[in-house]
Design a binder for this molecule. Structure first.
Ligand SMILES: Cc1cc2nc3c(=O)[nH]c(=O)nc-3n(C[C@H](O)[C@H](O)[C@H](O)COP(=O)(O)OP(=O)(O)OC[C@H]3O[C@@H](n4cnc5c(N)ncnc54)[C@H](O)[C@@H]3O)c2cc1C
Ligand code: FES
Length: 353
């Protein structure tokens, strides 16, 4: 159901003291097809079983010969620290993917705003490379709001500064530094509700009209506090939900454990490209966990409902998809996160595209 790829680390480039870009080459010699904004999930074998971590491409297919991901250290984080401290050129990593829906739009709007912080720049950097690589002058105007501690800890700052000079009509960036005063193109402020509202109103000259709302797209990738603030402000300013695209790196919650009842079972049928697999789940067991228990490699990464790599289309039956704040009952035609999906009907059929 999912294909594991072996990727050799070709080079490691330190971007800041705690973030590095890993350029990768598929060991099988075939190209790795991906889109700007997608990510790979690295698969690590540990004493307590297989663990996965997602890393977004910082490269862009049109601009870079080889794919690359950029990893930022998380304090006490198991695999970010492993990669940054121990991985070296020549090492082979195992990965699944690419996956992800943080993609550029098919139809370009007039303006794209990016609101990011820290390692959230990674998928956005891939977008920016793709957008700025084109000479098409009808491409959107791009505004990047980028929050960090200071310039030294700002990943890809040299590139971003250069783009501001090279593309003054198409690209602007405003940094938000919490620990550095008087830096160029920067505010010594936290990116809070009031400030964001003020900046957007200034940007749109005080009038956010219907036309503006229809022609602006926002991409958010930041820690949850900033994402929540930004989303609230944008909704308050009446930007429609579909104009706000989000990539979440850290799950906001642990999936609440449901009591498992092994006397009640559901049949799951999974249709892949050339295969059909049937297995059973217990009541209270996620579809993904049941598949893994049977040794069936359904795709996944975060197991927390944030990355969408486990999405499958429901063909028959009903599934409860349990998020932190709501449970959606999904049926035929709808997409199911199998990692947080519990079969409701006796039989459920899913399809992987
Ligand atoms: C779709 C997606 C794309 C991602 N892309 C990138 C990327 O391009 N670059 C990148 O560096 N990371 C990225 N991540 C995050 C990455 O997958 C790992 O979660 C991160 O590296 C931490 O893993 P770890 O094993 O070091 O930490 P863990 O051992 O898993 O976590 C240790 C602790 O840190 C917290 N934590 C985990 N991640 C973060 C974080 N990012 N910030 C603050 N606290 C955190 C955890 O909740 C936990 O409490 C992405 C995640 C997703 C879901
Ligand atoms: S595995 Fe990430 S959403 Fe299901």
């Amino acid at each position: 159901m999912e294909e594991k790829r072996r990727l050799r680390i070709i080079s490691i480039l330190w971007e800041t003291d705690d973030a590095a870009t890993f350029t990768l080459e598929p060991v099988d010699g075939n190209t790795l097809d991906y889109q700007p904004g997608q990510y790979l999930s690295f698969v690590f074998q540990t004493n307590s079983g297989e663990k996965r971590r997602a890393y977004s491409f910082s490269s862009s297919p049109g601009a870079d010969a080889l794919p690359a991901v950029t990893v930022k250290r998380v304090v006490n984080g198991e695999f970010s620290n492993y990669l940054l401290a121990h991985a070296k050129p020549g090492d082979i990593l195992t990965a699944v993917g690419p996956h992800g829906r943080f993609l550029l739009p098919d139809k370009m709007p007039e303006t794209i705003f990016y609101i990011v912080a820290g390692s959230g720049i990674t998928p956005v950097f891939s977008h920016l490379k793709a957008l700025l690589a084109t000479k098409d002058t009808t491409m959107p105007r791009i505004i990047l709001y980028y929050a960090n501690r200071d310039s030294q800890n700002t990943i890809f700052k040299a590139w971003i500064d250069r783009w501001m000079t090279d593309f003054p009509d198409r690209f602007e960036c405003l940094y938000f530094f919490s620990r550095e005063k008087n830096a160029d193109h920067a505010l010594f402020r936290h990116l809070g509700n009031g400030l964001l509202e003020e900046l957007l109103e200034q940007h749109f000259a005080g009038k956010i009209k219907r036309n503006t709302r229809q022609n602006t797209l926002f991409y958010l990738c930041a820690p949850k506090a900033i994402m929540r603030t930004a989303e609230m402000t944008l909704r308050l300013l009446d930007f429609p939900e579909e104009a706000i695209r989000k990539e979440i790196f850290v799950p906001e919650w642990n999936l609440p454990a449901r009591p498992t009842d092994r006397t009640k079972i559901h049949s799951i049928v999974v249709h892949g490209k050339n295969e059909r697999i049937e297995f059973q789940t217990f009541e209270g067991e996620t579809i993904l966990n049941a598949a893994l228990r049977h040794g069936i490699p359904l795709p996944y990464s975060c197991k927390s409902g944030v990355c969408f790599s486990c999405l499958a289309k429901c063909k028959r039956g009903e599934v409860d998809v349990v998020f932190s704040d709501m449970t959606n009952r999904e049926g035929p035609g709808q997409m199911i996160n199998t990692c947080i999906g519990y079969a409701v009907t006796e039989r459920v059929e899913l399809e992987y595209e």
